[in-house]
Design a protein around this ligand. Structure first.
Ligand SMILES: Cc1cc2nc3c(=O)[nH]c(=O)nc-3n(C[C@H](O)[C@H](O)[C@H](O)COP(=O)(O)O)c2cc1C
Ligand SMILES: Nc1ncnc2c1ncn2[C@@H]1O[C@H](COP(=O)(O)OP(=O)(O)OP(=O)(O)O)[C@@H](O)[C@H]1O
Length: 275
């Protein structure tokens, strides 16, 4: 899969390099079960038309840019992690548009012309609530007409869990509540983070979300070691540590993947228990 960072300065270059495609549109933080349905539908359409499957996403999150940085979005995954999951879903090209106020202000017609038609898009797939163009005026339902009938579109209905829309926002709330099994159901896979332990300390990237304070059953994996164990997230919610320090020797000064399986106790409950 190719990963292409689009900005004003290289737009024309990549327009010229484009080829016929079906595109899935959205931010796709977490690539949860709703997103997977959007991308799998796009994949089926791309295969049927014998064209490439592309995803067009943005970065940073629109909420952060449009609030001048006042709204901080704690991402469910890094762009690298997102790319790996998209690749596994069969995506050929992953475009990441530099989300700026100027981009957000594009009229829907201009977005469709410059970012879809000029990029070879023959068909677009997005959810029922996806909007594009200034003031969110464009929807997937209006895309065919706005493109002058040049790009067909499929609108995906709501993917829900117990009646509630599966969304990146809901998953963030569940992670911050420590409900990792619910998160796994919503994402269609367990929640994982990638980090490094340097000199005994977990180096967590602050831009990415961490589960609520508490104790967790986790799977730790480095290149040559894999172990089920307990980790804690401290009260501030931004430090991770081992409950059993003897495990440190296996993972110190290594890159590790943490799979967050289950919260076993809240921080307060376990501290009371040891008094
Ligand atoms: C051309 C274009 C303009 C957009 N403008 C806005 C905008 O003004 N406000 C906004 O919240 N999102 C804007 N978006 C983002 C999408 O509407 C969509 O909401 C976003 O990809 C996902 O954001 P969410 O995760 O908060 O729903 C724009 C997207 C495109 C392609
Ligand atoms: N539950 C869902 N059912 C159907 N389509 C969805 C669902 N969630 C997201 N989509 C679609 O997937 C694409 C990416 O969505 P987006 O990144 O806005 O995800 P989101 O989970 O709705 O995020 P947020 O919680 O920040 O609003 C969009 O086309 C969107 O309409």
């Amino acid at each position: 899969m190719e990963i292409i960072h689009l900005k004003d300065t290289n737009l024309q270059y990549w327009q010229n390099k484009s080829r016929a495609n079906v595109v899935a549109l959205g931010f796709f933080d977490g690539v949860h079960t709703g997103h997977q349905h959007v991308i799998e539908t796009a994949k089926a359409a791309a295969d049927a038309q014998h064209v490439s499957l592309d995803v067009m996403s943005f970065f940073p999150h629109p909420k952060t840019v449009l609030s001048d940085g006042r709204t901080v979005v704690q991402y469910l995954m890094t762009l690298d992690e997102k790319a790996k999951v998209l690749e596994a879903l069969g995506v050929d090209r992953f475009y990441i548009v530099d989300f700026t106020k100027a981009f957000a202000a594009l009229p829907p017609e201009a977005y469709i012309e410059e970012y879809l038609y000029q990029f070879g898009t023959v068909h677009a797939v997005a959810g029922y609530d996806f909007t594009y163009g200034a003031k969110g005026a464009g929807t997937i339902g209006t895309l065919y007409d706005t493109s002058g009938g040049r790009i067909t579109a499929t609108e995906i209905g709501k993917v829900a869990c117990h009646g509630e829309k599966v969304s990146s926002t809901l998953i963030r709330e569940m992670i911050l509540a420590g409900r990792m099994q619910k998160v796994e159901t919503l994402m269609g896979r367990p929640f994982t983070t990638h980090t490094r332990i340097s000199n005994g300390h977990f180096q967590h990237r602050p831009a990415c979300i961490l589960p609520a304070s508490g104790y967790y059953d986790v799977m730790l994996e480095s290149r040559c070691h894999k172990r089920h164990c307990t980790l804690y997230v401290d009260n501030e919610g931004n430090h991770i540590g081992f409950t059993d320090q003897t495990l440190l020797k296996h993972f110190n000064n290594r890159h590790i993947k943490i799979t967050w399986c289950k919260q076993t106790a809240s921080f307060a409950a376990r501290q009371y228990a040891t008094v």
